[in-house]
Design a protein around this ligand. Structure first.
Ligand code: FEO
Ligand code: CA
Ligand code: CA
Ligand code: CA
Length: 618
């Protein structure tokens, strides 16, 4: 089926060549336009943006900074209306505030707090094209800003536990705000999942932490224990961001959050059953028996790939009762971490990216349970501890009493798992492993068949096939689909396709699929010297591996989103942190995207101009 669909929707667009232009470049025959930029009004009555007229109150009503995950969802069955849902991962104070010198004032800190989080924005089609714009007036009932002050309900086994109780929330059930929301996904029941990633950077320490166990837990998440003040200074305006004063607040970030964009008054939730780590995002597939399976990456060098399998099963249909039930699926279930084993002799994985003699970086894998049937599977950890200190629990699998590790029982340390997403057409799961410049370097873990390059600068995309195609299986096979880099480099691989015809790609980050199951990959941190961008590649049929660049983003930016609308007529990209370059500031902007004056993170739509052709990728 996948091959048939792919053949019906070939990626025939002319590739965009690598470049360093300060704009978005799309293929000949396509056009693009900005849809929402930092500061654009979201809530009715929001003030117009101005660099010199910022306030926390204004920002809380305007589009936030650094958009990452992006979705355009259907609204009221009307082809010409939609809901844009977008994450605001972090802030670039040096590009937001004139004269910023490395430490925010209290008002700047409050503005940055309001610029984080998520936005829901009603949008409408422009004419009969694939272009979209913000709905200017009226009919904006769904518009919503979620930021550091928005109450979230904690769900699942760790909700209410001692590990998440604070002075302001002695019950341990309500958290204010979400931080560093990176990638995400749309569930089969129409809600949006978003990963809280590098939450560690928002916490300071006023008095050194000395308890050894607490120091170890902080350190494993990159959190400070020595006296530290952050450049954003959240800890100055809100004591909960000072670990010395509120030690459990850190345990209330690092979760997958779920937002229902169709119910603007419903409190968003944080699901503790999905574990706490530097969540890139989460994407759900329904298993053969109806359970919901969420695939997740922990984006850190040498961290792990995870999946959650719900206890209850998915109810079909869009009735209020079915939606209400489905919104509880991620509250209760099993949590697993991945172990990948190569099938080639270790001696053949030489660190250069040269394929082993069987012609593939591939092998088998197991999902190792951390929590199963409500019980902890990790000796020495309660269920609550597994969920709050998930990285430490995963590290403990296979660890012997003498501290050595039995690799046959341990999860596999990966090259920074970013977006992990099941392909709705072929059911295989695609994992963006963005890079790992420390792989195989002194004192760090060496190469293995799934992470086969020393000092890996360009990353790889792994294709995972669950046993019998069942998302709830505990065994799988895997192979590297793309070993990224300059195709002229011998250590690269594009699914076996003729490398003279593919585009160079580096640092795969977010992924998405079009209706034919073609894989779309956006990049962050291109180590080949050109700007980041968006790529598309068939995963089935004779074109499998024919990767082509579809768009490039401005200087200093990473490319996020991506999202292909259900009608296949529009690609959304999020231009995140344009102009994020050493030495750049408001008064020395090194990008002026998109309006020619200063850099503003911006979600863009891209569409095919040719009349009659209604599918992007053609
Ligand atoms: Fe926010 Fe892992 O990228
Ligand atoms: Ca092999
Ligand atoms: Ca990312
Ligand atoms: Ca990224």
């Amino acid at each position: 089926r996948a091959a048939r669909l792919a053949a019906k929707a070939p990626l025939t667009f002319p590739s965009v060549p690598p470049n360093t232009l300060d704009t978005v470049v799309v293929p000949n025959g396509y056009d693009w336009s900005p849809l929402m930029s930092w500061g654009d009004p979201v809530l009715p009555g929001a003030p117009t943006f101005g660099i010199d007229r910022q306030s926390a109150a204004a920002q809380a009503q305007q589009f936030g900074y650094n958009n990452d995950f992006t979705a355009l969802l259907p609204l009221d069955g009307d082809d010409d209306r939609g809901l844009l849902v977008c994450n605001h991962e972090y802030t670039n104070e040096e590009l937001m505030f004139r004269g910023w010198t490395g430490a925010s004032t209290p008002e700047q800190a409050r503005i940055a707090m309001a610029a984080h989080g998520m936005s829901v924005v009603e949008v409408e089609r422009v004419g009969r094209t694939g272009e979209w714009r913000r709905t200017a007036r009226g009919r904006r009932a769904h518009n919503r800003r979620i930021h550091v002050g928005t109450p979230f309900r904690l769900t699942g086994p760790a909700a209410g536990s001692e590990l998440v109780r604070t002075t302001a929330d002695p019950e341990g059930t309500t958290v204010l705000g979400t931080l560093n929301n990176c990638a995400g996904g749309v569930t089969p029941w129409g809600t949006v999942l978003s990963g809280e990633e590098n939450f560690n950077q928002y916490f300071g320490v006023s008095e050194a932490v000395t308890d050894a166990e607490q120091v170890a837990a902080l350190s494993r998440y990159g959190l400070p224990s020595a006296v530290t003040s952050t450049s954003r200074r959240f800890e100055e305006v809100d004591a909960r961001f000072d670990i010395s004063r509120e030690p459990n607040e850190v345990n209330r970030f690092g979760w997958v959050v779920e937002v229902d964009p169709y119910e603007p008054d419903a409190a968003p939730v944080k699901h503790t059953a999905l574990g706490r780590f530097k969540h890139e995002g989460a994407n759900v597939r329904i298993a053969a028996d109806g359970r919901a399976v969420a695939y997740m990456g922990d984006d850190e060098r040498f961290d792990y790939l995870y999946k959650f399998v719900s206890r209850k099963t998915f109810r079909k249909g869009s009735s209020a009762a079915a939606r209400r039930h489905n919104k509880t699926l991620l509250e209760d279930g099993d949590l697993y971490v991945a172990q990948l084993t190569g099938d080639s002799p270790a001696a053949e994985i030489d660190g250069t990216g040269t394929l082993p003699s069987d012609g593939a970086f591939d092998g088998t894998g197991r999902w190792l349970p951390l929590v199963l049937d409500g019980e902890s599977m990790v000796p020495g950890f309660t269920v609550e501890e597994v969920l709050v200190h998930t990285r430490l629990a995963a590290d403990a699998l296979g660890r012997r009493a003498d501290g050595t590790v039995d690799v046959r029982q341990a999860p596999t340390k990966m090259d920074r798992p970013e977006d992990v997403e099941p392909n709705p057409v072929n059911g295989k799961v695609y994992v963006a492993l963005t890079n790992n410049t420390q792989r195989g370097t002194t004192g760090r873990p060496g190469v293995d068949e799934a992470n086969p390059r020393t000092a890996n600068r360009h990353g790889q995309v792994l294709e995972l096939t669950e046993r019998r195609g069942d998302a709830a299986a505990d065994r799988f096979t895997w192979m590297l689909f793309v070993v990224a880099g300059d195709p002229a480099d011998a250590g690269t691989w594009f699914g076996g396709f003729d490398k003279s015809q593919v585009s160079p790609i580096s640092c795969p980050d977010n992924v998405a699929f079009d209706g034919a199951g073609n894989l779309w990959i956006s990049t962050d941190g291109n180590a080949l010297g050109a700007n980041d961008g968006l790529f598309a590649v068939a995963v089935a049929g004779p074109e499998r591996g024919h990767l082509k660049q579809f768009a490039t983003v401005p200087v200093g930016a990473e490319c996020c989103g991506p999202w292909i609308t259900e009608d296949q007529r529009t690609v959304l990209i999020a231009v995140q942190h344009p102009g994020e370059i050493d030495g750049a500031s408001v008064d020395n902007p090194l990008s002026t995207f998109p309006y020619g004056d200063m850099p503003r993170p911006t979600v863009c739509t891209i569409w095919r101009k040719a009349p009659g052709v209604k599918r992007v990728g053609a």
